[in-house]
Design a binder for this molecule. Sequence first.
Ligand SMILES: *Cc1c(COP(=O)(O)O)cnc(C)c1O
Length: 373
Amino acid sequence: MSEVSVPFGNLKLNYLQNKTAIDQAIVEVLERGWFILGEAGRQFEEAFAGYCGASFGIGVGSGTEALHLALLASGVKPGDEVITVANTCVPTLSAISFAGAVPVLVDINPETYTMDPEAIEDRITSRTKVILPVHLYGQCADMDPICAIAHRHGLKVVEDCAQAHGARYLGRVAGTMGEAGCYSFYPSKNLGAYGDAGMVVTQSEDIRDIVKMARNYGEKRRYYHSIKGFNSRMDEMQAAILLARLPHLDEANERRRYIASRYNEAFEDLHILSRPLEAANRHHVYHLYVVQVPHRDDFQDHLRKKGVGTLIHYPIPIHRQESYAECRGQGIYLMRTDEQAEKIASLPLYPEMTDEQVDRVISAVVEWARYQT
Ligand SMILES: *Cc1c(COP(=O)(O)O)cnc(C)c1O
């Protein structure tokens, strides 16, 4: 067998494949000499909001900031409760804490790994303000029932779309189903910058106006500050890079889906491993390809020896984190989250992978499965 290795990701390749356009975009920003809140930012806000089918896009400094400012703009005040999930990247929670709110965690659907709508209503109290579903691993949460519950209880829905650029639910793009959709353009996301960046997309003029002020010291127009704000702006260099990369997003997502279909097919008969479920009403963009396996250390070890990198997203659910000790008591509501945290593993999946590398991953996994029986 040839000695192709498969690192978990390779961001440099992505730049090299697109080098001319990226270099030119950066040089144009340098030559304009305008670095914050300028032409590239405006263009990218319009282009990405248009891509999502949202009325407005407001560029901010990161995905965490997109969530933070969207929560504030949704009226979240200190002491209010925000319902979300425990199997997510910690920044989802950082944003809730930044807003002074209390995170209330609900369990997941074990097949899609996303928020279980049936678990929500038991956790709603008089202090609940927002439901914050995470479109994890590239697949939307079950939005229709989630939005219906929110509507019934007078709550707002803020979507964490950091892993879901281009994902759809019944034809609607992630971020357009709740009051606000929050994107991260962290370099390894499906649409990544070469630094930090994020965006809030929304149909609401009120949310747009508040996020626009909040990202820029609360300024309504120059030197007039209507609210107490922050410094959370997307810079021109990142906006120009993202603008150059956006036209390739759908093609890159298609490549991700193709690689996922190769994995799905190859692993179909391996009963020891469970494959990710693609819900019928959703368009999955495979930010991550997550399987569940027994003896996970062994699985990772075997793949490592075959040159295949794996990671775990996420090994420690929020209520088991030191920083969120306040949530520990909520563990009783999170049995499925705890159970899957022991078994999940992410395989390499990114558009720049060669077919040979895909084959390599498949043969390493199939070989491991054979040892197990
Ligand atoms: C990456 C990520 C974030 C945070 O984005 P940053 O741009 O790194 O702040 C939030 N939520 C989820 C689910 C993420 O994957």
